[in-house]
Design a protein around this ligand. Structure first.
Ligand SMILES: *[C@@H]1O[C@H](CO)[C@@H](O)[C@H](O)[C@H]1NC(C)=O
Ligand SMILES: *[C@@H]1O[C@H](CO)[C@@H](O)[C@H](O)[C@H]1NC(C)=O
Length: 340
């Protein structure tokens, strides 16, 4: 008995040790206050800053949503925030955290998205990531996922790393998606300076089950909180769009940062996340892309989980999706995604 006890104690101890080695420490990032890097974008009355500028609340009510934008454009960067999403009934609501230059390059814009898609009571939030380059709006690169935690209870860090060679979407310290630049992607890989945007808006006609569930203003205001904001990268003047001196230095800084390195542990975390929580991938949607776009790395064990429509075979989302979607707000991330 004693021996068994001490054995199990040893086992638990080594397990804890193992876990503590695998678990990553938080990224070493420098946070800035709202006024140091951002400006209100729309719905000013629904944007509330804490006195120290470290926390921003964006709300959506019957009159308007709200949003903010980085004061500079960035040529490559690490864009990150601790975010807490609205709770209760959030159908039809989109909270977006994304980079774009759509205001400057209408026909040839670049964009990297986190879009949180609300949900009806009792159902968890879902979200998607997307990548557009040089106006590739007819080639959506959506992936959709569930989360492993309740994003309305606590803050979690959501980050987008964009370098000349790759793009990584992170949740906390887990990379959930990596797009490695390839020659074949051409202009589809974002290459022009982008701003960071954070918005909350009414997307009743597509966000939740393809528009089946609308925003219910009985539950308003819907509040999303952003804190511990991070902007790293080469700031570019929004008017001149000429990189400030020292861009290569900033690039080198980005590329050597902790978050630029996908360690074996992180790669394992990414694989696990995608095995368990991804429920749609354009790479496996062979009805849409008979030949997967060039950056797709087809992983057979992953592919087996999906039908030709890129949706899960089992236990996935069984909702029907409307066939149409129209533009709702002029100041949000792209809504030209396919009907998934
Ligand atoms: C965190 O970053 C700062 C500068 O960006 C650096 O001076 C410091 O040594 C870093 N800390 C760790 C633990 O790496
Ligand atoms: C971007 O698109 C424009 C047309 O809108 C095209 O002329 C240009 O060559 C493209 N750039 C790249 C890098 O593909």
């Amino acid at each position: 008995m004693d021996r068994l006890y001490s054995l199990s104690k040893t086992f638990i101890f080594s397990l804890l040790l193992f876990l503590s080695c695998v678990a990553d420490a938080a990224f070493n990032v420098t946070t800035i206050s709202f006024d140091e890097g951002y400006s209100p974008l729309f719905g000013d009355g629904n944007l509330l800053r804490s006195p120290d500028g470290k926390n921003v609340r964006l709300s959506l009510d019957r009159s308007t949503g709200s949003g903010f934008i980085s004061s500079d454009l960035y040529l490559h960067g690490f864009f990150s925030a601790n975010i807490k999403l609205p709770s209760d009934y959030t159908a039809g609501i989109v909270v977006a955290f994304y980079t774009s230059n759509g205001d400057i390059f209408e026909k040839s814009h670049d964009e990297l998205d986190f879009e949180f898609l609300g949900n009806i009571h009792g159902k968890e939030w879902r979200f998607q990531t997307n990548v557009y380059g040089n106006g590739s709006t007819s080639r959506g690169r959506e992936e959709r996922y569930h989360l492993w935690f309740d994003p309305t209870r606590d803050f979690h860090r959501y980050s987008i790393l964009w370098t000349a060679d790759n793009i990584i979407f992170y949740i906390d310290e887990v990379p959930i998606r990596e797009v490695v630049r390839s020659e074949a992607m051409g202009g589809d890989y974002p290459s022009k300076p982008m701003s960071l945007y954070a918005t909350i808006w009414d997307a009743s006609n597509w966000a939740t089950s393809g528009g089946k569930y609308k925003v219910n203003y009985k539950y308003a205001p819907f509040i999303s909180e952003f804190s511990d904001l991070v902007l790293q990268g080469c700031a570019v003047d929004p008017i001149q769009q000429v990189p400030a001196a020292g861009c290569s230095e900033k690039d080198a800084e980005l590329e050597s940062a902790d978050y630029a390195v996908v360690t074996p542990e992180r790669r394992m975390g990414m694989r696990k996340f995608r095995q368990k929580y991804m429920y749609y991938s354009y790479c496996y949607d062979t009805l849409r892309y008979p030949v997967p776009p060039p950056e797709c790395m087809i992983i057979q064990s992953e592919k087996r989980r999906f039908k030709d429509s890129g949706r899960l075979k089992f236990g996935g989302n069984h909702h029907r999706h409307s066939k149409r979607r129209s533009r709702v707000s002029p100041r949000t991330s792209s809504d030209h995604q396919a009907n998934i």
